[in-house]
Design a protein around this ligand. Sequence first.
Ligand code: SF4
Ligand code: SF4
Ligand code: FES
Length: 327
Amino acid sequence: MAEVTLTIDGLPVSVPSGSTILDACRAMGNDQPTMCYLDTLTPVNVCRVCVVEVEKSRILVPSCSRAAEHGMVVSTDTERVRHSRKMVYEFLASSVDLSLVDRQTVGWMKEYGCDPDRYGPAAGPVDDRDERVAGHHHVGDGMEAETVHQPVKVDNELYVRDYSRCILCYKCVEACGEDAQNTFAIAVAGRGFDARISTEFDTGLTDSACVFCGNCIGVCPTGALMFRSEYELRGAGLWKEDSQSVTRTVCSYCGVGCNLELHVQDNRIVKVTSPIDHSVTSGHLCIKGRFGYEYVQDLGDLAVTPIDEVLKRARVIDPEVSGRDDG
Ligand code: SF4
Ligand code: SF4
Ligand code: FES
């Protein structure tokens, strides 16, 4: 395969033609921050946290999607790059609940000296974001930082949507659409700051086109989409990620051979993921593989565990808790 040679931060690197600048950075062990990029999804270039400087380019370019070209001179750590990345992270952190993002993102934010508090205290919710109409944006008084707060949507037994944690990275939309599931149950509604992920006409998931494959949960980087079991256990203060074991196995439902990662706590499966680098699934599953594990842990059996009561609750839709506000 033809190769291109470019210079990144003063060092030459050769990568196969068709690689991105991010690929080239990674090939030389110089990783860049990303939020909306995932190896298994088509880049959408919406977060701009991966931007780098390219010689003779007027604007900063997104490294996750810009093709590496022969002779290109790239800088990943200039003042301009650092300032831009800092602002992106700060805008997100001042308006979105990022308390469940991965450790790398926390590390990058520290690296760039992000201080989201300098935009003022978080403003309280003003209305229902799902009701907002394009062109009628609520204008704050400038003393507080407006947020994307919404009550958590708890409308089914399998997963919850907490859009107060949503950075609008589009990964769920891509996974639900052409990159994996081809179901198109969710998309971006609204414009500007009012933009949010929604089902058609903001219906509950059970009334939407959703087939509950959970592939959107698998790609969400912020915990906005979460297994109901995890959500209930977190709410009860019983989610213990550090003590969970992860066992890789093959789904028992059909002959496709999807690999599953069973996350087990207190001898109970609490969620199921799939390895992103597996050639059969690329991290994606169907409803049976992702959620159909109850038959191996019949609740109420002899080996009752401390988390059984919460897991049982996670299988019930209570009108009182549906749409509750945990913000
Ligand atoms: S569970 Fe599957 S079908 Fe439903 S919204 Fe998520 S990706 Fe789309
Ligand atoms: S719900 Fe998650 S995956 Fe979807 S846009 Fe928001 S942050 Fe991204
Ligand atoms: S990671 Fe490149 S634009 Fe989001």
